[in-house]
Design a protein around this ligand. Structure first.
Ligand SMILES: [Cu+2]
Length: 209
């Protein structure tokens, strides 16, 4: 019986794959039943992800959240990449799960910022306008726009959806979308090396009292 249903499931999978390939041909039943909910992947920057112990608390907290399909935290990159089903959970609720997870490090708190790619921002004035538009969404705490990336934090009830942020940006003449995970690597990785080279100057400043 178990084997039979396995075979049936595999059959269904290859059938739907075949249907997807031949989308033009009638496609009856497509999208009416068994269609997967829209999955969205977002990236949060979490500066307080210090080590593997931090990763080991954040990932399971998200994984057991309804609507979350996968969660991958990285202390090297200070990011949490979450794939979720729209309608079951959304960005502010996910941020709250991260924020409410107790850090294993003393006195540390996970303070997630949603990273969004901002299109249509070419100068500081436009960055300011987009930032203001995002801050206008009820539930958004801070919204900073730098180098084409908007960093959004949340406050209050977990009601803000990605769609709300997109709509607010669109209304102001911009477009935001989740930052692709591969673009979320911290730019500071290069900066730190540079800082070490000119460490002599930094040292002087540090003793300047
Ligand atoms: Cu840690």
């Amino acid at each position: 019986m178990k084997k039979l249903s396995m075979v049936a499931a595999v059959g269904m999978l290859s059938l739907s794959a075949a249907l997807a390939q031949h989308e033009g041909h009638g496609g009856h039943g497509m999208g009416t039943h068994g269609a997967p909910a829209q999955a969205t992947t977002v990236v949060f920057r979490v500066a307080a992800l210090h080590c593997q112990a931090c990763v080991n608390v954040v990932q399971p907290a998200l994984a057991k959240t309804a609507g979350v399909k996968s969660a991958k935290a990285s202390f090297q990159e200070k990011t949490v990449v979450v794939t979720y089903e729209e309608g079951k959970t959304d960005v502010q609720a996910l941020a709250q799960v991260i924020a409410r997870t107790p850090s294993p490090m003393p006195k540390a708190r996970f303070e997630p910022a949603l990273l969004l790619m901002a299109h249509g921002v070419s100068d500081a004035k436009q960055a300011g306008r987009l930032s203001k538009a995002l801050k206008g969404v009820k539930g958004v705490g801070r919204a900073d726009v730098q180098s084409g990336v908007a960093s959004v934090t949340f406050a209050g009830k977990p009601a803000v959806r990605l769609a709300d942020l997109k709509a607010a940006a669109a209304k102001a003449g911009f477009m935001v979308m989740p930052l692709p995970a591969e673009r979320a690597k911290p730019a500071g990785a290069h900066g730190q090396g540079h800082g070490a080279e000119s460490g002599g100057h930094a040292g002087h400043q540090g003793h300047g009292h």
